[in-house]
Design a protein around this ligand. Structure first.
Ligand code: ARG
Length: 588
């Protein structure tokens, strides 16, 4: 369905052309002075030079051609040459009635759907999931949903960090604690136990203990590095242990991501890329892309136009070990082979930007991915505490994601039970849903690349630009619609009528801007634009609700039109929060 701004621009084009001016000058935008008008066109200003004429005169000529317009109720030429526009209530009503019938409320899917792989989440196996990984999951999930909504074919890959030094550390620590286990006995040829020799709780304690110990003890660290090497080179007992670590860890990760409403199609990881490394390295050498630099194998990726130093991409360390660059390149080999995607979108901390510049350049230069494959890195900022420093627990440690979610849910639970609107099990379910909205909206409403302050008090508030406020608005409309149907009203045939009141009009125009807002958010990969839109709509809705008697309205048609507005608003808001990655409870 055409965007409402496109209808307006067309109307203006005809008026410009009718008055003898270039139709290209006509472009309608939402007014930046909403106190003066709803929309505006600045084309006459731009035309002044071309036609050697005062902009106001041009604007007046154009406005004269707009008499009898069905789209605009008012068009006014004002100094120095703006055209101020108000949309006709009848046209707005007509447009909204069509939106209500259209799939996706009129948002058009992309003309040429793309095959996209999204690489987000990126947790490291056996290390506890911490808030640093939260942003990747939240933003990535929203962008996945938005891309799918726009018609693209998206495969979401969690890309586990499952092959590094942390694995060697865990193996070494286990060996120290339980040397009698068969995994460490090289002469053992039987089947290894099916049961893992640790629980997730133990695993989470083992890693930090080992990591801290290694920092203090050189020989222990050597041992861990050696264990990593042996694992990567296929030592049987270590592979078996690695499988246990993976199974225990992944089960726990799945639980956490499910609680976050985040879902992946693929649970691949760095380890899956290993099989592609030998051939890839051989080819890079054979074709002359890679050369030795101080014993390490590297590919130069600097370019003439660089304004800063871009160091070479590291393929192999001097001891032959693969690195972060290597796994990401080999993962590209695999993705190309399995999916030949049009685009790959990566989400990671913005401090990893240089790594991705190197990997992308190297992949393009060496033909690992074709020239026209789009490689996109979306770097996000840090989640800070109120003190402006990276978010920590009260004791100063790294905050575990589970704890964070738990704490917010508690806060929400006490607020909800204080309100006495829901109780018992229902209250806990509701608290979980509202807490998730607080967490996700608090993050997503900020531009991804910026650092932001994680402020539980603000995020969990029912007022202001927060997730709970949006949910509260949805729940409120649903309750009105419920009351209406319980009293025997039908919402299916609700026809929206031309509304004259200011608050109704504002609500209508906000809803009419839905597809434009979604398109912008999609083009800029910017969930915060969805939030900005949702917030504007929720405000318009609450204002309308406060200024309008809905359930007590006696004129039936009028009442039905109000119901039509609420129903459409509910549908749009519900679509938006789905795109953000959370849902509304029945009551709150
Ligand atoms: N595991 C990495 C980390 O914790 C993030 C992975 C991002 N994705 C990638 N393909 N490198 O920092």
């Amino acid at each position: 369905m055409k965007k409402i701004l496109d209808f307006m621009t067309e109307e203006l084009k005809a008026a410009f052309a009718g008055a003898g001016y270039d139709g290209e000058l006509a472009k309608v935008t939402v007014s930046n002075r909403p106190d003066l008008c709803e929309y505006q066109c600045n084309g006459a200003m731009a035309g002044a030079k071309k036609y050697h004429k005062a902009p106001l005169a041009i604007a007046q000529d154009v406005v004269a051609k707009m008499e009898g317009s069905l789209v605009f109720s008012q068009a006014e030429a004002v100094k120095p040459g703006f055209i101020n526009l108000s949309v006709s209530p009848a046209f707005a009503a007509h447009y909204l009635n069509r939106m209500a019938e259209a799939p996706k409320y009129g948002v058009e899917t992309v003309e040429n759907p793309k095959k996209i792989v999204m690489d987000y989440g990126g947790p490291n196996v056996a290390k506890p999931l911490h808030v640093g990984h939260l942003r990747s999951a939240i933003i990535g999930e929203s962008l996945k949903r938005l891309n799918r909504f726009m018609g693209n074919d998206v495969t979401a890959d969690i890309h586990l960090g499952d092959w590094g030094y942390q694995m060697g550390l865990i193996i070494t620590e286990l060996r120290k604690r339980q040397p009698e286990l068969p995994y460490f006995d090289n002469s053992f040829t039987g089947d290894y136990p099916e049961e893992a020799p640790f629980t997730i709780g133990e695993l989470e304690e083992i890693y930090p203990a080992a990591s801290a110990f290694a920092k203090e003890h050189e020989d222990y660290r050597e041992e861990a590095l050696e264990a990593t090497f042996q694992l990567q080179n296929g030592r049987r007992g270590y592979r078996a242990l690695w499988n246990h670590i993976m199974n225990v860890s992944i089960a726990d990760l799945k639980k956490n991501y499910t609680a976050l409403n985040v879902e992946f199609d693929l649970w691949k990881g760095e380890s899956d890329s290993q099989q592609y490394i030998p051939d890839m390295v051989q080819r890079l050498k054979d074709e002359g892309y890679a050369h030795l630099d101080d014993g390490a194998l590297v590919v130069d990726v600097k370019e003439e136009s660089d304004t800063r130093e871009i160091p070479p991409c590291m393929i192999l360390k001097s001891d032959g070990a693969a690195l972060y660059d290597t796994t990401d390149l080999a993962t590209l080999v695999e993705r190309e082979k399995l999916f030949s995607p049009d685009e790959i979108i990566y989400l990671a901390d913005k401090r990893q930007e240089l790594h991705f510049i190197q990997v992308f350049r190297c992949a393009k230069k060496t033909g690992i991915v074709p020239e026209d494959t789009k490689l996109t890195f979306l770097g996000f900022g840090t989640m800070n505490g109120k003190d402006g420093k990276p978010f920590k627990t009260r004791e100063g440690g790294v905050m575990r994601l589970e704890t964070l979610i738990h704490d917010i849910t508690e806060t929400m639970y006490s607020k909800i039970t204080d309100n006495r609107t829901v109780s018992g099990d229902a209250a806990l379910d509701t608290a979980k849903m509202v807490a998730l909205s607080a967490l996700k909206y608090g993050d997503l409403s900020n531009q991804a690349s910026k650092d932001y302050v994680f402020d539980v008090d603000r995020f969990t508030s029912f007022e202001g630009n927060t997730g709970p406020y949006i949910l509260y608005t949805i729940v409120r409309i649903r309750s009105i619609l419920d009351k209406y149907t319980t009293a025997g009203g039908r919402t299916e045939d609700a026809l929206i009528l031309p509304e004259e009141s200011e608050s109704a009009k504002a609500l209508m125009l906000s809803m009419a801007g839905f597809s434009a807002a979604m398109e912008t958010a999609y083009e800029e990969l910017a969930p915060h634009k969805i939030c900005a839109y949702v917030y504007e709509l929720a405000n318009a809705l609450n204002r309308f609700y406060h200024e309008t008697r809905i359930l007590s309205e006696e004129d039936e048609k009028k009442q039905k039109s109000y119901i039509g507005l609420l129903k459409l608003a509910e549908g749009i808001l519900d679509t938006c929060i789905h795109l953000l990655g959370f849902e509304a409870p029945e009551r709150m």
